[in-house]
Design a protein around this ligand. Structure first.
Ligand code: GTP
Ligand code: MG
Length: 189
């Protein structure tokens, strides 16, 4: 699977033409969206990752070799970012999610250790209200070291939502195959 960076769009006018199916990655700051993209395409440095939250500040588009794209969205809910910037991100993200006809699947990335947080639930409700298909995944599963931690994680993931949440890890590659299965169902339509 080869992938190539196309553009980092800070405003909607910079979005590439809507001529291909897109899979977008959404979730809180620092949850591991960009790392997950890299794990899925098997290219470590493709999407920029950082331990500093708020690292991805614009919408990054990646061209995949089978005629569809991955879209890395900025994370939401990072308190240290000034309010006016948060507002701009929100507008940018909403304009993408509302207007993008070729968005086929939103991958809603959660932290396996924390489960559904308020902002995640809000986003899920928003996606449901707008009829956007999504897949919820819980990443950083490698950080659940003990049986007790794993149990607490399953509990937290179940509590927030009745639907299935796929466990994964960018570090170990767990869940990557299952996420690809979900993507391959939509990418050719
Ligand atoms: N152990 C572990 N660490 C991870 C995993 N995924 C991401 N990380 C780490 O978590 C931090 C944040 O990862 P990013 O991929 O940059 O997170 P992001 O969601 O893109 O963050 P923003 O762009 O700020 O919204 C980095 O230090 C990563 O190395 C994972 O599956 N396991
Ligand atoms: Mg990022």
């Amino acid at each position: 699977m080869s992938a190539r960076f196309i553009i980092s769009a800070a405003k909607p006018e910079q979005f590439p033409p809507e001529d291909q199916a897109e899979v977008a990655f959404l979730g809180r700051s620092n949850v591991g969206k960009s790392s997950l993209i890299n794990a899925l395409v098997g290219a470590d440095g493709l999407a920029y990752t950082s331990s500093r939250p708020g690292c991805t500040q614009s919408i990054n588009f990646f061209q995949l070799d089978e005629g569809f794209r991955f879209v890395d969205l900025p994370g939401y809910g990072f308190a240290k970012v000034p309010k006016h910037i948060t507002r701009e991100w929100k507008e940018l993200i909403e304009s993408y999610l509302l207007g993008r006809g070729k968005l086929r699947l939103a991958i809603l990335v959660l932290d396996a250790r924390r489960g559904w947080m308020e902002r995640d639930c809000e986003l899920r409700e928003w996606l449901e209200a707008h009829g956007r298909p999504y897949l919820a995944v819980a990443t950083k599963a490698d950080k659940l070291k003990t049986q007790q931690e794993r149990h607490a994680s399953h509990q937290a993931l179940r509590e927030g939502h009745a639907g299935e949440v796929l466990e994964c890890s960018a570090t170990t590659g767990r869940g990557v195959r299952e996420i690809w299965q979900a993507i391959s169902k939509i990418k050719n339509h």
